[in-house]
Write a protein that binds this ligand. Sequence first.
Ligand SMILES: [Zn+2]
Ligand SMILES: [Zn+2]
Ligand SMILES: [Zn+2]
Length: 379
Amino acid sequence: MDNNVRHKLKAEQLDVPLLLLLDWQHLYNRAIRQASRLPKLEAPPEASEDVHDTGPTDEKSREGKQKKNNGKRSEQEDADYDMLLAQVTKSKTAGVDREHIEFAEERLREMRKQGMHVNEGCNKENLRELMQWGKVTRCESTVDNEPCKAMPDCPCNEEVNCGEVLQIVPNAVQQCLREFGPEGDRELFDELSGSASAVEEGSVWKAGGKLIFSAFDRNQSVQALTRMLNNAGRTRCVRMLMQMVKYSEAEYGGYVTAIQINFHLTGESFHAQHRDIYSAKQRAGPSCTCTFKKCVGTVCYTVGSSRQCLLETMTDTFSAIKPCGADCTGRRERRWLHSGDAMYFNEAWNANHTHGIPAMENGQDTGPRISVAFLLGAE
Ligand SMILES: [Zn+2]
Ligand SMILES: [Zn+2]
Ligand SMILES: [Zn+2]
């Protein structure tokens, strides 16, 4: 797939924000209004301004956006901080005037002073309350495999298509982290949730239906994350993550180019269906803070509660799979991911499918899960 084709990937299928056509002046004005707590003159825009996730806006989050719960910030205000931060990050590499960047950074500082960088539900108290190993739930049930019903021998129903690799390996975390104890999955869960409480508030932030734990500036390189963790004295956590980097590269080849740690506090959280991004060229959204480079695949480790992963076979222009006809329904498959599991897929699989973590039915009964995903690049 060449870069031109990649470029045309629809935003909603990628793990990047929608292309936001906002100019600097608009952002400044909004930031100033908020920094000075002036009332907004305009209604919040209908279009989603969620920073990292392009997932469906469900009823609940719509409500949340409109509700001004007793003086607390709205999700819209969260999104404003998120977007301004991402704009500044991007502008630094895009040669935007120093003066403009400094102006925006000053606004960010003011917003931080007012706690606007801590998204709804991302304060340490809430994280400490929910991210406990004692709340972890394990779940096993038969899963639906919904093949294309239009035609039994539809190309979508092919188990493995040319070049595709998809593997789910049980107990990979325990294997990788065995020198840290017999329950490496639990050790990692405890270290990461402990680290989230130890570092500066705002390092866990809301992205679509789930939370991301990253360096404070939202840089998702391993280096940025481990630097922050080391500064907070979380050396054991760093050693575990570095061991996982080493293990992933040895096991799957390539080099780790980015890390994404997701926190799912309960089964109500979700990660919308998407493809992973394997080229910097795709990083088109102005609110994207990723530094992803060309990759050969993704390995994602689960620790904590079991969740289902939804795998959807795609027949769009980026997929090599052709629909069986106009009535093709595609194929949907759900796979359980349990604590310690590694899920790996390569670029070919990623092109032909989307993946995501749907919200659970009765999601409040499902405990916390952390996923640690590494993007593997060729160089
Ligand atoms: Zn992904
Ligand atoms: Zn991004
Ligand atoms: Zn079909």
